[in-house]
Design a binder for this molecule. Sequence first.
Ligand SMILES: [Zn+2]
Length: 348
Amino acid sequence: MGRGTIATWLKRAKLAALGTVAVLVLLAAILVWLWRDRPDLNNVAWPPPPTPGENSGTVTATWLGVTTLLFDDGETQILIDGFFSRPSLYDVLLDRPIDNDAPMVNYAMDEFRMRQLAAIIPVHSHYDHAMDIGAVARRSSASVLGSESSANIARGAGVIEDQVVVVVPGETYEFGNFRVRLLSSRHAPIGWRGSISFPGTIDEPLRMPEPVSAFREGGSYTVVIEHPEGTTIVQGSAAFNEGQLDDIDADVVMLGVGGVGTLGEEYVAQYWQHLVTSTGALAVYPIHFDDFTKPFGEIVPVPRFLGDFEETAGWLEALRDRWDQDTRLYVPKFGEPIALYEPPSPAT
Ligand SMILES: [Zn+2]
C-alpha cells in the first residue's frame, strides 16, 4: 500500500467514524425527546374523587401508584399488589438484579397505616405488581392470594406457607366483611408485536436479588371485591375474557390502562364494554397510567409514545358519553383515600 492510499483510507475511516457518532448522537437526542414528551394530568379535567365524609360509607380505597390499592373498611384491609421499591429505568432496561427496598416498604406500610392487613392480592406476577408482596407479607400476618407464580415470589421472600394461598379462580375468599374472587383474565398484549412481555410462570421460590425478567406473568386476574356497601372490580392489566363478567354487577371499576394508548380506540371501546357497560359500574378510575420507574409517590404519566394518557382519557370520556352517561370518571390521587360507595339508603 502506498503512502497516498493509506492517507485516503485514514481519511475515509475518520469520516465514517464521524458519521456514526453523528447518527448515534441524533438517535440519543430523539430517545431523550421521546422519553420527556409526556401528557399533562392537569389537562384531564375530571372532578376530584369523592373523599370520606359524613355522607360516605366506611369503605375506602387508597391508590399508591401503578395498580397498588389499599382497601379498608375500618376493620379489615386488603392490599391489591405491592410495589413500593422502585427499581430505576436503568435497572429495568439493562435487566440488572433488583431487590426489595426495605426502608421504603417500612415507610409505605407505616405512612398508610397497614395495621389490619388481611390479604395481599397481586393482579399478576410482573415486578411492577408483585415485587414487594413477600416483603409486605413478612411484615404482617396477611395472606398472599394469587397464582402459583405469586406464591413463589412470597416463598422466595421467606413468607411462611400458612400465609400463602394459591387461588382457585372464581372461588370466594372472605376477609372480615370483604368477599374476594379472582377471575382468570388476560394480560394486555402490549409487548413486541402484540405479545406479552415476560410470559410464563415462576416455578421455584424467587429469591431476590433477581432481574425484572425473572418476574414472569404467571396468569392475570380480574379481582372482584364485594362488601355489604358495594362491589369494586380491579382490572390491573388492560384485557378481558369474553363473557367473563356477564353475571357480575359492580359499583366501581379500577381500570388498568397501562399501554392501551398503543392498542387503539377500538380496543379500548371493547375493553370499556366488557368492564364498565356490562357491569353497570357508576364510577371508573383509570390506574396504571403512571411511570413505574419513578420513585414511590412520584406520579408522572408515562411518555406519550408508550400510550398517551390524555388521549386515552378522551377516549374513555367519549365511551362514557356514548354508552354509560351516568358513570363518573375520576383520576385517583396518590395516597388520598377515596370514598368508594354512597351510604346505604336509610331504612324507611
Ligand atoms: Zn404486567
